[in-house]
Design a protein around this ligand. Sequence first.
Ligand code: CTP
Ligand code: ZN
Length: 153
Amino acid sequence: MKKELKVSPIENGTVIDHITAGQALNVLKILGIHAGTDAVLSVIMNVRSNKMGKKDIVKIENRELRREEVDKIALIAPNATINIIRNYEVVEKRKVFLPKVIEGILRCANPNCISNAKEEPVVPKFITVSENPPIFRCFYCERIVENAAEYLI
Ligand code: CTP
Ligand code: ZN
């Protein structure tokens, strides 16, 4: 008999599926879920996927994430799908959508950028240049960021 990884279905909440393998912890960071959280969570990393080879999954119980919260995930996992679960059924499924303007989530790689100046209260701001792969351009200095995971605030 073939052994398969079994991950329990959840009763109510949000399942973020098809996350780029290895990025689940950054997804939690983007959602503001840190060490010490009391959220009921499952984090599944580097499991086999027919569509993607390998993928990560995050399941958050008893919380339905809002669109604005989940779209930020597209910064690091452009293929992610958001599934809202009610009474064990998927009642809504959609892809993440990368906003055209990204504010306050990424910092600029350019140390001389005004968004990095300590004395200037400038919120970092990026324009999306490409969605998949995700590429961003600093609104202030035009520096390109391709590896958003390394620049998450
Ligand atoms: N899921 C869950 N609990 C449920 C229902 C679904 O944790 N009560 C999870 C599934 O394990 C899967 C995701 O939510 O990771 C989406 O479920 P479903 O649409 O049933 O799976 P697929 O058809 O494989 O999804 P897709 O077509 O998006 O690959
Ligand atoms: Zn900049």
